[in-house]
Design a protein around this ligand. Structure first.
Ligand code: GAR
Length: 204
């Protein structure tokens, strides 16, 4: 049975598209996307999922408590036998209950080198701070914001000629590569987590 991925998104969906393209091109072997779920019915990413013939579900969060919305999302993920949840620009905090439903099976991508600049508009935060290097992080989701063990990070140099948008564009290119790498690490399962450190087991 191929691995069954569930993608959660709230917006543009370029990370979702990168993952879908990697699966189609065989760069993520033995996997399929079983559900793409959005909390925003008008998210461009969900329209793309529909166009691609994927199982695209809008589960609006507006007017619901976090627990109530999370229960609906988890129920849809389980109904579709999802075994790896990928947050791809999903701009909602997951409740601890949600996290506990998929232990070490929820990934998130964040556009900074965590633990620097968690939260919203990370690229703008990094640019305004004046860092010379930024990048992106794919990590396991735990109960805290942008916090779980790191799977993959990629660096991006900040140039004197940059503005927030140019920097964000180059970080996004690296995000698309990082997410595929991280999914492959997790699906291969050949790693240990020691403290916060993910260590890929030696190839025998
Ligand atoms: C990406 O840059 C992602 O790293 C960021 O939202 C963007 C979504 O773009 N996520 C966060 O900031 C989460 N804290 P996309 O919809 O084109 O994938």
């Amino acid at each position: 049975m191929p691995h069954s991925l569930g993608i959660l998104l709230s917006g543009r969906g370029s990370n979702f598209i990168a993952i879908a393209d990697s699966i189609d091109a065989g760069r993520i072997p033995d996997a399929r996307i079983s559900a793409v779920i959005t909390n925003k019915a008008d998210a461009p990413g969900i329209a793309t999922a529909r166009q691609r013939g994927l199982n695209a579900l809008a589960i609006p969060s507006k007017g619901k408590s976090r627990e109530e919305h999370d229960r609906e999302v988890v129920s849809a993920l389980k109904k579709n036998d999802v075994d790896l949840v990928c947050l791809a620009g999903y701009m909602r905090l997951l409740s601890p209950w949600f996290v506990q439903q998929f232990p070490r099976r929820i990934l998130n991508i964040h556009p900074s080198l965590l633990p620097a600049f968690p939260g919203l508009e990370a690229q703008e935060q990094a640019f305004a701070y004046g860092v010379k290097v930024s990048g992106c992080t794919v990590h396991f989701v735990d109960e805290e914001l942008d916090h779980g063990p790191i799977i993959v990070q990629k660096t991006v140099a900040v140039l004197d000629s940059d503005d927030e948008h140019k920097l964000a564009t180059r970080i996004l290119e690296q995000e698309h590569l990082a997410y595929t790498e991280a999914i492959n690490v997790v699906l291969a399962g050949k790693f240990r987590i020691v403290g916060r450190r993910l260590i890929v087991d030696e190839k025998s």
